[in-house]
Design a protein around this ligand. Structure first.
Ligand SMILES: *Cc1c(COP(=O)(O)O)cnc(C)c1O
Length: 236
């Protein structure tokens, strides 16, 4: 749970995030309308999320299955994404609860999503997670295996590939992350230009509290922001 965040605090945070988004868009010659602000809501209680939705938040992202399930029924209508590492045996629990799974990091997971989507007669949007920093500790497809993964996953029933997602290596300074964002954008454009059947390549999800300005400058279409909206997380 985030330590009780006051309405005024959220309002101030939200305004400042919108200002950063607008400024970064301006610097990049882009319209802020091209960029989706997704609130990363791990550890944030349902009341606070609903307040944020009232204020204008349209998209939320959860990264733990249990937490998503526990809040699900209490949330106002809002676009729900899954953004965390997803175990194949949990796919069934969330398949009808999210409209996009941003964190598809293996063929095995993609196959399970497809299977469960077909079983529940749904179609689920997904992003392929790319391990853009080549970190051994992180999941995701290597940049050079992204195309073959994309070709394979695009063929699966019940799945619509909408784009790519990345969590670059942690850095002290946002500028250090720019090269990873730039490489992601190149990969995104490259995959888009291949015009692979059943893949659309309209979403490039990258950038978090520390560096979403830079991500927007480098072509992100969706940024995932937690701390800058809700304050620091306290895990209990
Ligand atoms: C928590 C989280 C974010 C948001 O991180 P902040 O630094 O708090 O903005 C973004 N993406 C994923 C996958 C996350 O788990």
């Amino acid at each position: 749970m985030t330590e009780k965040l006051s309405a005024e605090e959220f309002d101030r945070n939200y305004e400042s995030v919108l200002e950063r988004l607008a400024a970064a868009s301006r610097r990049a010659g882009r319209s802020p309308d091209e960029i989706t602000l997704l609130a990363a809501t791990k550890t944030v209680d349902a009341d606070t999320i609903n307040y944020a939705v009232d204020k204008g938040i349209t998209h939320i992202g959860e990264n733990r299955v249990q937490e998503l399930l526990s809040k699900f029924d209490s949330l106002k209508p809002v676009h729900r994404h899954f953004i965390g590492h997803l175990q194949t045996n949990k796919v069934r629990d969330i398949i009808d609860k999210v409209e996009m799974i941003e964190s598809v990091d293996s063929l095995r997971l993609a196959n399970e999503i497809s299977k469960q989507a077909v079983r529940s007669e749904r179609s689920v949007d997904v992003l392929l997670e790319v391990n853009i920093g080549g970190e051994p500790s992180k999941s995701g497809f290597a940049p050079e295996e992204t195309e073959s993964a994309l070709r394979e996953i695009s063929r699966l029933p019940g799945i619509r590939v909408k784009g790519l997602m990345a969590i670059p290596p942690a850095a002290d300074l946002p500028e250090e992350t720019r090269k990873y964002f730039r490489n992601m954008y190149k990969l995104f454009i490259d995959m888009r230009d291949k015009k692979i059947d059943n893949s659309i390549m309209s979403v490039l999800s990258m950038g978090m509290s520390n560096d979403f300005d830079v991500a927007v400058e480098e072509g992100a279409t969706l940024v995932r922001v937690g701390t800058s909206l809700f304050g620091g997380r306290v895990y209990k």
